[in-house]
Design a protein around this ligand. Structure first.
Ligand code: C2E
Ligand code: MG
Ligand code: MG
Length: 761
């Protein structure tokens, strides 16, 4: 299988809360954006209104200025007229009149001052210039000395129109002539240009008829044809709206004597007409015409600034969201690591495996898979011999090699001390791969100075139903692993349904055991030990039976290993010892013949620090002579355990207890054992006897064992003697004691009492 880089995909466990948090941030961000936009929109509107009212205000100021300009000029003309009127004889010579007019012109901002006498004589501050056109205004002059302000086209050489202030010069009630003050129309607007808006607006002064009296600048696109504001300007605004209606609106607004503005929609732009009445001149209006787009252009910088601010706020918020998101994600990753990784080895844990394996099974429906559960055989002893640090190192080595071995389509987890589970592609080489992995782990362990033989115990479960719960698959692979015999050569097992049956059975037994002990369902059976030469009983072995209510008898083979695994064996062994002591006490009290009884003691008991003390107490409680009790211990392969066993045996020997080694020759029996262990009886295993029957070599070995035991002063008793031939063969090689169906099966205590505990006379 091609190797690809394996990465742990924690996104599988992506937390709903994180998604909620991030979408919350996004919603918040959008809300902020909307609020900002609404705010800016409101701000722009407010500013727009502010601009409108500020232009209206400016227009009013301009109107006042025009009014003031005119007023000054009117005052000048009026006072000049008064000067002329005060001249009693009206005898000023030409020179004096010129001087007066020039003086007036110089003092005022009038461009020209003209006097036209009734007789047609005329005087001008500009002595040699023509004055044509002024006479035409005379008919409109009032008789009572009222000032007339009119428009004229008196040309000052600059081609611009001018306005004229006309006043009759009245002497003794008779009009003597007319005094004219002439000024360019632009002069009327001196100082009125709106500061801010001068570039975008055009100002007009119109009289009550709508005649344009003054216009702010001439280089604009309007071409005045009739001097009539309504005709010329409105036409040139190229409005979409009805011109007459506009005129009506304007006239109406102008007549209201208040400043204000109107908006008109022209085809190329919106236009705004700001207006303010000029106080001193009835019906005169000061007007500012402004393109809306030009005002908008002024707002553009505000818009740009606002949008830039919003943008920077949004960017900052996005950055914040990003940082918060990254922080949350790294926290989340840490949390996921805590939740889905084993802290010692950084290997994924079972929770991760469950999710990831389910995903792989779903993603690769065409690939056959196997779940494999594996551990290191006798890891516990390795832990004890090399210490926890070294054992932890070994686990890390395992993780490293498992990671290397697995492809992207496979996953694994550490599910317990040295227990691992993996989902492997079933390519027919899974066993081989495990062995390779084992080799590599052993090599690395060796480099780390761990010289313990590394053997992996594996249980396989072939995935057939992909919808099956992953936990159930792990359980099955575990069951298969546990079913590997601890001392067998082949350390690989495949799950079978039988294992599940056994598990159920185990669970059933475990659920009943405590109550059964209280209810006295565990009862001792006794099997005689026989002196074959003299053909009589010499002792017996106590063997536990579980008699259920239903009177069904469960043999120890069905539950002893379970009790050894769950520790309940300790209770059973002490219970059995007590039952036997109680029975012996009764026999002694009843004066019956008694035989030493051997009681099986599980290896598990050796780990109880109070074991020997408890044995002593039970014997004391029933006042049983030590010679009547023999303790049967099974040999052990494990060095550590063997040390402890030796310690306990020596202590028991100091207490004068008789000890036997049970099932000798069944497992990894060692002759060292015979040398080191202080025991009195060697019990040859039934299996050893069976094998001996078949071969001469076996018989020879057995003979040598018996001789050796004899030499050590140890009695030898052979278990499982079923036939006479076996008995004869044993006697032939010097073994005179036996236990087996040939002499008696294990029998109930009552039967044993009746048969062998005869009352002594
Ligand atoms: P064990 O201590 O080696 O006991 C001898 C076993 O061999 C007994 O099986 C006995 O019934 C059986 N046996 C004796 N003679 C023959 C024979 O001629 N042919 C055959 N086929 N079998 C024979 P049992 O009673 O089923 O006990 C099995 C094992 O369970 C015992 O082997 C012992 O290891 C364990 N056990 C029994 N009772 C206790 C107990 O109270 N405590 C502990 N820890 N283990 C016990
Ligand atoms: Mg035994
Ligand atoms: Mg035995």
């Amino acid at each position: 299988m091609p190797k690809q880089e394996r990465r742990r995909d924690y996104s599988l466990q992506w937390n709903r809360k994180t998604t909620l948090l991030l979408s919350g941030c996004l919603v918040l961000l959008l809300t902020c954006l909307i609020i900002c936009l609404v705010h800016v929109y409101g701000l722009l509107n407010t500013y727009r209104r502010f601009v409108d009212s500020s232009i209206v205000g400016q227009t009013q100021l301009d109107a006042e200025l025009v009014s003031a300009n005119l007023d000054t000029n009117i005052q000048v003309i009026r006072s000049t007229a008064e000067q002329l009127q005060q001249n009693e004889n009206y005898d000023m010579d030409e020179q004096q009149i010129y001087k007066l007019l020039v003086g007036v012109r110089n003092k005022s901002n009038l461009d020209r001052v003209v006097l036209i006498m009734k007789d047609g004589t005329s005087y001008s501050s500009e002595r040699y210039s023509t004055m044509s056109g002024l006479e035409e205004l005379i008919p409109s002059a009032s008789e009572d000395g009222t000032v007339v302000v009119a428009k004229t086209y008196f040309d000052f050489g600059d081609g611009m129109a001018s306005y004229c202030i006309m006043l009759p010069v009245i002497h003794r009630g008779i009009i003597r002539g007319y005094l004219f003050g002439l000024s360019s129309t632009t002069g009327m607007l001196d100082g009125t240009d709106m500061d801010t808006y001068s570039q975008i607006s055009r100002s007009y002064v119109i009289n009550e008829k709508g005649t344009i009296m003054a216009i702010s600048n001439s280089d604009v696109m309007f071409v005045l044809q009739n001097d009539d504001f309504y005709t010329d300007v409105l036409k040139d605004l190229s409005v979409n709206e009805d011109r007459d209606m506009m005129e009506g609106q304007l006239r109406k607004s102008f007549s209201e004597k208040d400043a204000g503005f109107l908006t008109f929609n022209a085809k190329d732009d919106d236009w705004k007409i700001y207006y303010a009445p000029i106080d001193d001149l009835k019906g005169w209006i000061y007007i500012n015409v402004v393109r809306d787009s030009a005002v908008n252009a002024l707002l553009r910088s505000i818009k740009v600034e606002s949008f830039l601010s919003i943008l920077s706020v949004i960017l900052l918020m996005l950055l914040l969201c990003f940082l918060v998101g990254r922080f949350v994600m790294s926290e989340q990753h840490e949390m996921l690591k805590l939740a889905f990784e084993d802290s010692l080895t950084q290997a994924p844990n079972e929770r991760y495996f469950q999710t990831h394996a389910a995903k792989l099974l779903k993603d690769y429906p065409d690939i056959a898979y196997r779940v494999v559960s594996f551990d290191i055989q006798n890891f516990r002893y390795l832990n004890e011999s090399y210490g926890h640090m070294k054992a932890d190192d070994l686990l890390r080595i395992m993780v490293k090699h498992v990671e290397k071995e697995l492809s992207v389509r496979e996953t694994y987890a550490r599910i317990g001390a040295d227990r691992f589970v993996a989902l492997l592609v079933d390519d027919g080489r899974t066993g081989e791969r495990i062995l390779h992995m084992e080799e590599r782990i052993a090599r690395s362990a060796n480099e780390e100075m761990i010289n313990y033989p590394i053997k992996m115990k594996c249980g396989f479960y072939e995935v057939s139903d992909r919808k099956e719960n992953i936990a159930a698959m792990i359980d099955k692979a575990n069951l298969a692993r546990k079913s590997v015999p601890s001392q067998g050569k082949d350390l690989i097992a495949i799950y079978e349904d039988r294992l599940m049956e056994e598990t159920r059975r185990r669970e059933f037994i475990e659920s009943k055991m405590e109550m059964a002990l209280i209810a006295g369902e565990f009862v001792p059976y006794l099997q005689p030990k026989w002196d074959m030469k003299n053909d009589h009983i010499i002792a017996a072995e106590a063997l536990v039976r579980w008699k259920q209510n239903t009177n069904e008898i469960i043999p120890p083979g069905d539950f002893i290993s379970i009790f050894e695994n769950n520790g309940f064996i300790e209770k059973i062994d002490f219970y059995m010892l007590e039952q036997i002591c109680k029975y012996l006490r009764r026999m002694l009290d009843e004066g019956r013949e008694v035989y030493p009884i051997s009681v099986n003691q599980s290896r598990y008991l050796l780990h109880d620090p109070n074991y020997t003390l408890n044995v002593q107490q039970i014997l004391l409680k029933y006042r049983i002579p030590k010679s009547l009790i023999e303790l049967e211990l099974t040999e052990t392969v494990f060095f550590q355990e063997r040390e402890r066993m030796l310690e306990v045996m020596e202590e028991l020997k100091r207490m004068n207890m008789d000890l036997s080694i049970d099932d000798f020759g069944s497992g990894f029996s060692s002759l060292n054992l015979l040398r080191d262990m202080p025991f009195d009886v060697l019990k040859i295993d039934r299996g050893f006897l069976n094998e001996t029957n078949a071969s001469e070599t076996g018989k020879f070995i057995l003979k040598k064992i018996v001789e050796m035991a004899d030499g050590l002063g140890v009695r030898v008793i052979c278990e499982g003697v079923e036939t006479r031939e076996q008995a004869e063969m044993l006697m032939e090689i010097g073994c005179n004691y036996a236990q087996g169906y040939l002499y008696s099966r294990p029998i109930s205590m009552d039967e044993f009492i009746e048969k062998y505990n005869t009352i002594q006379s």
